[in-house]
Design a protein around this ligand. Sequence first.
Ligand SMILES: [Zn+2]
Length: 546
Amino acid sequence: MIRYIFFSLLAAAFFPMSEKTTVDTLFINGTVYTVDAAFSKTEAVAVKDGKIVAVGKTVELQKQFSAKQIVDLHGKYLFPGFIDAHAHFLSYGLSLRIVDLTGTKNWGECLKRVKQYAATKKMQATEWIVGRGWDQNDWNVKEFPVNDSLNVLFPQNPVLLTRVDGHAAVVNDVALKLSNVNAATTISGGEVIVKNGKPTGVLIDNAVDFVGDRIPAPTEQQIKDALLGAQKNCFAAGLTTVDDCGLSYGSVLQLEKYYKSRELKMRLYVMLSDNKWNYMAIFKRGKIKTDYLNVRSFKVYADGALGSRGACMLQPYTDVKDHYGFLLSSKEHFDSVASVIYKNGFQMCTHAIGDSGNRIILNTYAKYLRGSNDLRWRIEHAQVVNKNDFSLFGQFSIIPSVQPTHATSDMYWAEQRVGNERIKGAYAYNDLLKQNSWIPLGTDFPVEDIYPLKTFYAAVFRKDAKGWPANGFQKENALSRADAIRGMTIWAAKSNFEENEKGSIEKGKFADFVILDTDLMTASFEQILKAHVLKTVCGGETVYTR
Ligand SMILES: [Zn+2]
C-alpha cells in the first residue's frame, strides 16, 4: 500500500495533472493519414475550439492532454475532410425536389417517372414540371427523343427535363409556346433542334436557359430546404468543404443568412457566375472570407458538353459530319472578363470541355498571367486537350480542375465523339497533374454522384461499378492512391487558396475529418466500392455518424 502511494506520488510529480492541457476531444488509436507534405501516418489527434492542437501517437497525446471527450477509433481510418473542388451545391439541393431521371433506361421510363411525380404532387394546371438526369447515351436508342408523347401527357403544364450534364433539355410544346420559341428561333450559344420544320422539343446550351428562365424562381423556404438538404447529404458523404461553381451574389447573401443563424455549417468556396450584376456587387464589397465562406472567384463558361456535342472542337466531331460544337460567348467576351477579373485580383475559373474551348481559354489566360505565377486561375474539366496544349498549363501555372467520375461515365461513348487520336488527350489526369505537380479533384454533382469515394475509385482504378474495363480506361492516366487523396483534400484546398487552414491533419488547421471503415491506401477495388463513411467532423463538431 505504501509502495503504491509512493509510485502514484512519483507519477504525479513527473506528470502533474495541472500541466496537462485540457482539450475538447482526443481521437485515439486510429490510423490517421495526415496528408502532410510527407504523407505521414500516425494515430491520434487533439482538438480544441474547432481546431487541431496536436497530432501524434496515442500515448504521447494522452500524456500531454486531458480531454472532455475521448473518441477511440479502434484502428479505423481518419483522413482530412473531403473537399469537392467542383460541384453545384445549391442546384444539387434544389434538384432533390424535382423529378429524378438519373439511371433511366429509355425515354419511356423518363415519361413514366414524370407522370408518377405529377400524380403524387397534385400539380396545378399551369405549374412547371421540372426534371433532370436523363442520358441518351445510356439508352438503346442513342438519339435525342422528340416531345410528341410528352405533349400528349401534358397538354397544359409546361415541362422541362434537363439532360444529366445540364447542357441539353427536352421541353413540351407548352413550354416552347410560353417562351415564344418556334422552328425559326435562333439563340446565340444555343440550338433549338428542328425536324420536319417543327421543333422536336430538344434544346442545347443557351436555348435551355432561354426556356428555363421562365420557370419561377424558388421561394425563400425552398432555397433554405435545398441548402440544408444538400448539407445533410454532403456531410454523410464525408465532405466538409464544397466549391459551388456559379452562384449569383443574391444567393451569397442567402448563404450568409443561414451561416449567421448557424443552420448552415458546410464550408463553401463560391464562384460567382459571369454576369455583370455579380461583378458590380462583389467588386464594390470586396472579397468575402470567413471560416465558412470564401468568395473571390468567377465561373465562366467557354463551351458546352461532349455528351450533347456542345463542346467546342478544333476539328469536327467524329460521329457528326462538319459539326464542331460552339463557344457559349465570343472570344472578346472571355478576354474582357479576364481583364476585369485580373485587374481586381480575383480568380478566374472557366468551364472548358472541347480542345478548341480549352485552347482559347489557355491563350486568354496566358495573355494576362504572362508566365509562372500564383494566381491559381483554373480551367474546370480540361476534358479534351490537344497534345500541343498540355504544356500551357505548366508554363502559365494554370490549374486543371478535373472530375474523375466524368471519365468513367463517358468512357463508353467518348471515343465515338472524338475518334481514337483525340481520345488520348481526354480525361488525361496524370498528364495534367505533371504540369504543375498538383491537381484538384471534384465531382460536378449533381451531374455525377456526390460521393467522394467514387471520385477516388474512378481516379485510381478508372473502372465502372462492375469493374469494367478489366484493365481500366486509359490506365496510363490513372492517379496514384496518394495523389487521388491529395486531390480530394490538400490540393483541392490549394485551388481555393485555403491550404493553410484545411486539407491536411496538421496543428493549427480546422478539425475537419472523415473517418472511414476502409483503408484507401491498401484496399482492393471491390473493397473501395463497399467502403463507408463512419463519421464526419467539421470544425471539431460531429456532423454525421453512420
Ligand atoms: Zn459544373
